[in-house]
Write a protein that binds this ligand. Sequence first.
Ligand code: TRP
Length: 347
Amino acid sequence: MSALSKTPKIVLTGDRPTGPLHLGHYVGSLKNRLRLQDTHRQYVLVADVQALTDNADAPNRIARNVVEVALDYLAVGIDPAKTTICVQSCLPALAELTMLYLNYVSVARLERNPTVKEEIRQRGFERDVPAGFACYPAAQAADITAFRATLVPVGEDQLPMIEQTNEIVRRINRLAATDVLVEAMALVPPIGRLPGTDGRAKMSKSLGNAISFSATADEIRAAVRRMYTDPNHLRACDPGMVEGNVVFTYLDAFDDDSDGLAELKAAYCRGGVGDAAVKRRLADILEAFIAPIRARRRHLANDRSYVYEVLRAGTEAADMVTAATLGTVKAGLGLFSLQPIAGCRVA
Ligand code: TRP
């Protein structure tokens, strides 16, 4: 067996519980997680502390959304027997690692992170960026490294976070003169990011262009009806454009009949296929996809004690793992310890 194949493949990813999860989360990451939970040790983190960095005024809403996001996970098929689901604010080692890591990243480097920059612009923080927000890439590095994750299934907007995480990993390892931390790799879906139903680059509840897992059949149909197609495709007989056509982007993500879809695209480009027919196909596919998720979600929502038990057990398991990593990092750096043996440098 090669050294590489012996490296345990650990998967960690997280979501900010700022609202219900939606199809954008599914395409960007959940689909990969469903696959990986069968082959990898997988942790999923409900990142409520990170959610607070841009929702400081609404801690109660964040707390309620922790349960909603957990319901989404379970409904979509994240299986707690295979995946450890845990809550960030209940894992003190993550906060401690964040404090340590903040010494290994400069303010200028944090400010250069393109995702953070873009988010600051979107949120209109201007000069009033909460310090927690500016520093969250270091906290995300703590999340990723604490679980010793080697694989992080995320949307492509998260690539700068992984890059910054690995920079911190290398600095700590160099200082400890041994590999106390492991570098991680992002796993980005080939399809990239699912646009919002309005065609904007990002699907988000706050932009009002999302389809959530609890969307009703009517809501799905209405959202699809409003989607942009090709503005020059006015009559069914006109030739249409598939590229940049939101309805086809969604079909690419959710239509499993690739031959049928290829035929439909060809016919649409030639002319003779109306937008209404393409939208009907998409609405049917999305409804068939969401209906069982919606039903499971409704059923689980009546059993909150089960959801809490999943979170409690998952967080307890995660606490052990993350505390162990914190211990290794502190020992590796040679920080003071009240237990002289454990405090010895491991290098
Ligand atoms: N920043 C991620 C997002 O906005 C959420 C997140 C928090 C995360 N901690 C993580 C993602 C750790 C991957 C790994 O979607």
